[in-house]
Design a protein around this ligand. Structure first.
Ligand SMILES: Cc1cc2nc3c(=O)[nH]c(=O)nc-3n(C[C@H](O)[C@H](O)[C@H](O)COP(=O)(O)OP(=O)(O)OC[C@H]3O[C@@H](n4cnc5c(N)ncnc54)[C@H](O)[C@@H]3O)c2cc1C
Length: 540
């Protein structure tokens, strides 16, 4: 068998695999991606892209395309919450969460140049697929990974074209397992998982029906229905409907039992109209659960997305956390593959993302327990709920790719204790670079929009010493470092940046290529050492 060579093999072409392909290809690394299915999924699944994830897509020029693809929520749906009812036609038990749903759409403007995009996965994934392909990623749908081994120099894998049965051998320097909750990559690595585990089993029933009469003008994000025949959640993208109905394997129920006839009966029970004309478009089993892989990296193989962490949908964190994994990993892979970084940079992926994954799973579980009575997990003690924006973008990394300040106490005993409210950013190393509205040339932009794919040194005053230090470090290490002087290259009319970045007087921050602060200090003589430590390059 001939061997194909690729820098990175991505297994799984759903949301996280495609995002990994986009973020890598955007940095000039053209991966091979294999996806078992012939096309992207028809099921909506995650319904929204959160503001932090939108910042990442915006940084690769995808914001407009996602806005074009997103759902057109009319005013009523934007302001409405989650309806709880016996059935759509039946008795209402109340409206739940209206302020929460209102908040997630309206409240990120002060902390981000972008905001929520109500773009479900079935609309988002084609956008990502098109961009990854346009950037030169080799995307093979209808192709399955059948096995792999790794050695010190790379990964050797076998992939099979499902339509022809032709097998090919692939040699890649790195493999990223974006193959979902039941990840075969994770199993092959022998990596276990920890956490609550399975909470409930669902069957997602995609259907077409005219529900206008029973809606009676009401609009909602979701409708939770509960009656003697069905417990589940109804939602629509404006064209098709989806019922996620609970079932209980412990009571002998199996996915195979959800025949078309039974699905029609469940939809009618959920809608509350016994003779409703219904067309079933598809059925998909899925498990609502909570688990985190015991490590996100073994040698040259990495786990990202649901293969690394599975969240209950409450909070809408799961898919978004996966995309943020992809972004964290992509710049590190690119820096390593181009020789800019030593091996320690990739080691920071597990250190940074596993703690975030674990914290976010706990937050999703806490929200799930708050909103749904679930006898299967009645004995679980929920963690205190942290506000959504802090979960999405207030996390802080501790790793070898962050240079801690001398008085930094290090990682707290409880993950999350040093996360910060994005509305009150501190600029501490390990936190996300904050959004500050600035003037650049004749444009008003976000400071985030001026951070490119490279390291950026942000300083105050005239900063000639900073410029010299950055140039010297960049030349010595052979990496690009942009230098932006606040008051020189850009203006901060509201005077917000000193507090947002914790830089007063003549200090500076070094922002990593993923938009996280890698170092902060007042001595230009330390810039070269900081860059070297972040990139795990040897001292010269
Ligand atoms: C019904 C439903 C509702 C959800 N609602 C929400 C929500 O509201 N908010 C939220 O944030 N998340 C939600 N989620 C979760 C969200 O969909 C997942 O977090 C997200 O899809 C994870 O993306 P992923 O790419 O990591 O994995 P997946 O989407 O599971 O994709 C894995 C891919 O890998 C492919 N694959 C597997 N093995 C192989 C192999 N050997 N070779 C080739 N390809 C392979 C699979 O075919 C699949 O396409 C929901 C999920 C479901 C099912």
């Amino acid at each position: 068998m001939d061997v194909e060579h690729h820098p990175v093999l991505i297994v799984g072409g759903s949301l996280v695999g495609l995002s990994t392909a986009v973020f890598l290809a955007d940095r000039g690394i053209r991966p091979l991606l294999v996806e078992r299915h012939a096309d992207t999924s028809r099921y909506a699944r995650a319904w929204g892209v959160n503001p932090r994830t939108m910042e990442l897509y915006r940084s690769v020029g995808l914001e407009e395309a996602i806005r074009r693809a997103q759902r057109r929520l009319d005013g009523a749906a934007r302001r409405s919450g989650i309806l709880r009812a016996e059935s759509l036609a039946g008795e209402e038990h109340g409206w739940f969460d209206a302020p929460y749903v209102h908040g997630v759409y309206e409240d990120s403007g002060a902390v981000s140049p972008t905001g929520w995009a109500p773009c479900p996965q079935d609309r988002l994934e084609p956008v990502l697929r098109a961009r990854a392909g346009a950037l030169g990623a080799d995307l093979r749908f209808g192709t399955v990974l059948t096995g792999f081994d790794q050695d010190a120099g790379g990964v050797t894998a076998t992939v099979e074209d499902r339509s022809t049965g032709v097998r090919r051998r692939v040699r890649a320097e790195y493999l990223v397992g974006c193959d979902g909750n039941t990840s075969a990559v994770r199993a092959r690595l022998g990596v276990g998982t920890s956490g609550v585990g399975t909470m409930v089993h669902n069957v997602a029933i995609l259907f077409a029906a005219d529900l206008t009469p029973v809606l009676r003008g009401r609009a909602f994000m979701h409708c939770q229905v509960m009656n003697e025949e069905v417990t589940g959640v109804l939602g629509t993208d404006g064209e098709r409907w989806q019922l996620d109905a609970l079932y209980w394997p412990a009571n002998g129920e199996r996915f195979e039992d959800f025949t078309e006839q039974r699905c029609v009966a469940l939809v009618r029970a959920a809608v509350g109209v016994p003779d409703l004309p219904v067309e079933i478009l598809g059925r998909l089993p899925w498990e609502l659960g909570a688990r985190v892989a015991d490590t996100f990296a073994v040698g040259r193989v990495f786990l990202a997305g649901d293969s690394a962490h599975v969240h209950p949908p409450t909070g809408g964190f799961g898919a978004n956390t996966g995309v943020q994994d992809a972004h964290n990993l992509a710049w590190k892979l690119a820096a390593t593959l181009t020789g800019a970084a030593g091996p320690g940079l990739l080691a920071s992926y597990d250190a940074e993302r596993r703690s975030v994954g674990s914290f976010t799973v706990d937050q999703a579980v806490a929200r799930s327990l708050q909103r749904f009575r679930n006898p299967a997990v009645a004995d679980i003690e929920a963690v205190p709920i942290v506000d959504d924006l802090t979960v999405m973008m207030g996390y802080r990394y501790h790793s070898g790719a962050v240079v801690a300040e001398p008085d930094d106490p290090g990682p707290p005993a409880t993950v999350g204790d040093d996360y910060e409210n994005p509305g009150k950013p501190t600029g501490r190393p390990g936190t996300r670079a904050a959004h500050v509205p600035v003037e650049h040339g004749d444009r008003e932009v976000s400071l985030l929009d001026l951070l490119g794919r490279q390291f950026t040194l942000l300083h105050a005053d005239d900063g000639q010493d900073w410029r010299t230090a950055a140039d010297r470090a960049a030349t010595a290490l052979g990496v690009a470092v942009a230098v932006l002087g606040v008051g020189v290259d850009l203006l901060d009319p509201a005077g917000a940046w000193p507090a947002a970045y914790g830089v007063h007087g003549a200090g500076a921050v070094l922002v990593r290529p993923d938009g996280f602060i890698g170092w902060r200090g007042a001595d230009p003589g330390r810039v070269g050492d900081a860059l070297r430590r972040i990139l795990d390059r040897p001292e010269v």
